[in-house]
Write a protein that binds this ligand. Structure first.
Ligand SMILES: Nc1ncnc2c1ncn2[C@@H]1O[C@H](COP(=O)(O)OP(=O)(O)OP(=O)(O)O)[C@@H](O)[C@H]1O
Ligand SMILES: [Mg+2]
Length: 259
């Protein structure tokens, strides 16, 4: 069943030098329960597209829709950003329970759900800590737990692990995969890393250099459950290389535009 549909999305920003076309006729269809990764050179419009999907910005033309589920109480989407968007004045527990609180979930129930997710992301000991007492990786775990506790129809992630060091990123990639393999949420995940996209995704969508349009789609048929060991297989290496071959030209184009 189709869960997310984007048709001929165009986004033009006004600027002092005249209008800037950020996205040009971008199309995407995501099935329910699918994990789709979007990769493209810097500035190609990935974040713009995700913000349009999240209804945080309007397309200049074209259409986007997220098909609601049977439970009207559930939020349609939940965004996870690169720079841990959590409230500094709230504890881990209150951050994770925030979405549920906003939806009027009774205090006992929301605490139970939040504590379950805090435990699953390995932060039980930090339940009553504040964000400034946490490392970057822990803060991003809080964002992930909050999104999961909120139980949205679709999860939209904009380079959620981009700010983390390589080791923390590898640990969180595995955690994210094991969470997703259990709950199979519909996910649109933006990343700069081909390796990450191939490791996590069912499909990798490649965008062209600015202005972003569809370049290519790659199906990832690597068996699940996956873990870091998956990255050592020949199938993984071959697919990553094919994606890089297609992306390389766009990265070069993006660099030329900058100069
Ligand atoms: N509010 C805005 N006003 C004008 N131009 C903008 C605005 N936001 C983004 N842009 C331009 O739109 C293009 C796409 O930006 P966007 O942030 O979506 O790219 P991106 O693919 O997410 O890049 P990165 O990989 O670096 O995060 C860029 O050329 C950017 O300069
Ligand atoms: Mg971006």
């Amino acid at each position: 069943m189709t869960k997310i549909l984007a048709r001929n999305v165009v986004k033009i920003y006004p600027s002092v030098h005249g209008p800037v076309t950020a996205i040009r006729d971008f199309n995407l269809e995501v099935q329910e329960g699918e994990f789709v990764c979007i990769v493209g050179p810097s500035g190609c419009g990935k974040s713009t597209f995700l913000r349009i999907l999240a209804n945080l910005a309007a397309p200049t033309s074209g259409e986007v829709s997220i098909v609601p589920g049977s439970d009207p109480g559930k939020p349609l989407n939940n965004m996870i950003f690169q720079e841990y968007a959590i409230f500094p004045w709230k504890t881990v527990l209150d951050n994770v329970a925030f979405g549920l609180e906003m939806r009027g979930c009774p205090v006992k129930e929301r605490r139970e759900i939040a504590c379950g997710w805090i435990e699953r992301v390995g932060l039980k000991k930090f339940t009553h800590h504040y964000p400034h007492q946490l490392s970057g990786g822990m803060k991003q775990r809080v964002s992930i737990a909050r999104a999961m506790a909120n139980d949205p129809e679709v999860l939209l992630m904009d380079e959620p692990l981009g700010a983390l060091d390589a080791q923390t990123r590898a640990v969180l990639q595995e955690e994210l995969m094991s969470i997703w393999e259990k709950n199979r949420k519909t996910v649109v995940y933006i990343t700069h890393s081909i390796d990450e996209a191939v490791l996590l995704g069912d499909r990798v969508i490649l965008m062209t250099a600015h202005p972003g349009a569809n370049k290519a789609t790659f199906k990832v048929t690597l068996a699940r459950p996956r873990n870091i060991k998956t990255t050592g297989t020949a199938e993984y290496a071959e697919l990553s290389y094919s994606i890089w071959e297609a992306l390389k030209d766009e990265v070069k184009r993006a660099m030329e535009v900058e100069h």
